[in-house]
Ligand binder design. Structure first.
Ligand SMILES: NC(=O)C1=CN([C@@H]2O[C@H](COP(=O)(O)OP(=O)(O)OC[C@H]3O[C@@H](n4cnc5c(N)ncnc54)[C@H](OP(=O)(O)O)[C@@H]3O)[C@@H](O)[C@H]2O)C=CC1
Ligand SMILES: CC(=O)N[C@@H](CCC(=O)OP(=O)(O)O)C(=O)O
Length: 310
């Protein structure tokens, strides 16, 4: 018997990419609604309640609405939106951090945000091990491909091909900040500076650190070694070797990638470091992560169906 999966929001950017990843999988039967019914509450209620798993690829309010349509205790949910990432009763779908068995046993899984995936992948293990202080005022500089903003931002970049760089979030209250603070277990909110470049997909999430000003004065090599050890059991998250490349690149036309590569760069003397995550906003940052959690929730190998060759 196959596992039935309904993607609510299957016509959107994240939904389409999840469909692509599941299309060739014999373990799943995909349920979709015809175009004229895809926003119809009655049709969605029926599909959500009939399926074994529903994946929500919707704006936050619509995602909350979908959850309210569930009237059985069997349907499992993976929500790609921001609606439930710090909500009670939801498991944060970052298996490497919360435990694969925890995600495997969950009925309500909230998919991490794309930027938080990079930040938390770098910082959370190091804070938990006491290598980075939990009261540090963390800064996160990040660039994303424009598909990170969904259909609306894709349309804008198509209409304005001269846009070379766009920084935003200038109210310093981006919706990803609460999940970064909560899941890294930090005492203070992070200072988050996101931006967009004219590439379709891909992102670099950069955490610059004044290591020499920390009371424990950790070495960059120590941080890298700790991350390597932490992710040693993962084929999805990998940590670069010590020899630093002179640059990290995003290219327009990069293929879909569901892994994440973490790098640690330190200067001579050890005062400064940059921790940088390279990932695909639509891969480990959204659709790939949803498929990873789906696999675990269905008792399947976590990497099944993922694009892991960089
Ligand atoms: N893009 C990315 O890289 C990432 C996105 N996410 C999150 O995933 C979710 C989806 O984002 P994304 O795919 O980018 O967004 P898109 O705007 O590309 O797609 C959203 C889809 O939801 C549909 N929709 C809107 N309201 C309803 C409704 N009431 N009922 C049914 N369908 C509805 C839209 O319909 P229509 O086609 O008519 O507009 C659209 O097809 C968001 O919460 C986003 O924040 C998370 C991580 C990364
Ligand atoms: C480039 C861009 O606009 N990115 C989106 C984040 C995309 C994402 O991660 O979606 P969630 O908000 O559901 O996490 C933003 O900054 O709002």
């Amino acid at each position: 018997m196959t596992i039935s999966v309904f993607i609510d929001g299957a016509a959107g950017t994240t939904g389409l990419e999840i469909r692509d990843r599941l299309a060739a999988r014999s373990e799943f039967t995909l349920v979709t609604l015809p175009d004229d019914l895809r926003k119809d509450a009655g049709a969605r209620r029926e599909a959500i309640n009939d399926c074994d798993v529903t994946i929500l690829c919707l704006p936050d309010d619509a995602a909350r609405e979908s959850v309210a349509l569930i009237d059985n205790d069997r349907t499992k949910v993976i929500d790609a939106s921001t609606a439930h990432r710090v909500a009670e009763g939801w498991t944060y779908g970052f298996p490497e951090l919360v435990g694969r068995e925890v995600v495997a046993g969950a009925k309500r899984v909230s998919n991490p945000g794309c930027y938080p995936t990079g930040f938390l992948g770098l910082v959370a293990p190091l804070v938990r091990q006491g290598l980075l202080p939990d009261d540090w005022p963390f800064t996160v500089n990040a660039v994303s491909g424009f598909s990170g903003g969904g259909k609306a931002l894709i349309e804008r970049y198509e209409a304005e091909p001269d846009l070379a760089f766009r920084t935003y979030g200038l109210d310093l209250a981006h919706k990803h900040q609460p999940e970064m603070q909560r899941h890294a277990r930090l005492k203070h909110g992070v200072l988050f500076a996101p931006s967009v470049v004219p590439a379709y997909r891909g992102m670099l999430v950069d955490v610059p650190l004044h290591l020499g000003a920390m009371r424990n004065n950790p070495a960059a090599d120590q941080l890298r070694d700790a991350l390597r050890e932490f992710y040693s059991g993962s084929n999805i998250v990998n940590v670069s070797e010590a020899a630093p490349p002179g640059e990290l690149l995003l290219r327009d036309g990069d293929p879909p990638f569901d892994g994440m590569t973490l790098s640690v760069f330190g200067n001579e003397g050890g005062w400064n470091a940059r921790l940088i995550a390279r990932l695909d906003n639509l891969g480990k940052g959204a659709s790939g992560a949803a498929v990873q959690s789906l696999n675990l929730m269905c008792g399947l190998p976590e990497e099944a169906g993922l694009n892991l060759s960089a």
